[in-house]
Design a protein around this ligand. Structure first.
Ligand SMILES: [Zn+2]
Length: 267
């Protein structure tokens, strides 16, 4: 039997990107009963601190904190995320397997090439995944990493369940997490209740965020991260009249049914 579809899949270049840009939203959606998942394109082998194995453990811990149902890391080289046909197929395969209704991608501009490339790669993979005539066979070996998903537990079963290849699937909605880039979002998600857990999910990446300089313990680093992430969340919260929020952009126009129910006060 295939796994039940994800309601929301967040795709990002690096382990910890989702935690930093939309971790509070992911937790909030899980708390609302949605089935959420994270696809990391790389495994973090180029990080100056820690190994890919360290990152895998930390990513699993962070996923638990955010109540994520499914998480995988692809084998795309860290620091070399390229929008190639092969990589688009890898992501399209995951989209067909997990069948998300909503996909969260990184915003398409940014400082780190992996981030903005992941945006275009993710979008084009969503498109490809929906092409009826494109055959995408399940290839469990292409999906590596850690996790706790049923999909990973028995690759033979998964292959057997879709002998003709995976059926097409195109997500209904694609939104972009913009926190890494200075742009006005089109909407924000109130994460006031989730802020502390989001912080815990970020510092779960101990190899990344612990202050390892001689003479310092981990607390200054944590204080700095807390202060920075709170300030950002406070800013986006303020834009919508709530305490803390995470910013997103959608390309489509907003659709309103009832003018009296539009949130966010004008004056
Ligand atoms: Zn990153």
């Amino acid at each position: 039997m295939p796994t039940s579809p994800l309601d929301i899949l967040a795709i990002a270049a690096h382990r910890d990107d989702v935690e930093q840009t939309c971790g509070g939203t992911m937790l909030k959606m899980a708390q609302r009963g949605h089935r959420t998942g994270i696809l990391d394109l790389t495994q973090g082998e180029m990080g100056t601190r820690g190994t890919a194995e360290d990152r895998a453990r930390e990513a699993a811990e962070a996923a638990k904190i955010l109540c994520v149902s499914w998480r995988h890391a692809l084998d795309i080289p860290d620091g070399r995320v390229e929008n190639t046909w092969e990589n688009r197929l890898k992501v399209a395969r995951v989209i067909r397997e997990q069948r998300p209704r909503v996909v969260i991608l990184p915003y398409w501009k940014g400082r780190h090439p992996d981030h903005y490339t992941a945006s275009a790669l993710g979008y084009e993979a969503c498109f490809l995944a929906g092409l009826a005539k494109l055959a995408v066979s399940p290839q469990p070996s292409a999906v590596q990493g850690h996790g706790f998903s049923r999909a990973e537990s028995n690759p033979k079963d998964r292959g057997a369940s879709a002998p003709e290849g995976l059926p097409p699937h195109r997500p209904f909605k694609i939104i972009y997490a913009t926190l890494y880039y200075d742009i006005r979002p089109t909407f924000v998600v109130d994460i006031t209740e989730q802020l502390e857990a989001r912080f815990q999910s970020v510092i779960a990446y101990k190899s990344q965020f612990s202050d390892q300089q001689a003479g310092k313990d981990i607390f200054p680093a944590h204080a700095e991260i807390r202060s920075r992430t709170e300030a950002m969340a406070r800013y986006y919260g303020m834009l919508a009249g709530v305490t803390y929020a995470e910013p997103f952009l959608q390309k489509e126009i907003g659709l309103v049914e009832d003018l009296t129910l539009i949130p966010v006060k004008s004056i």
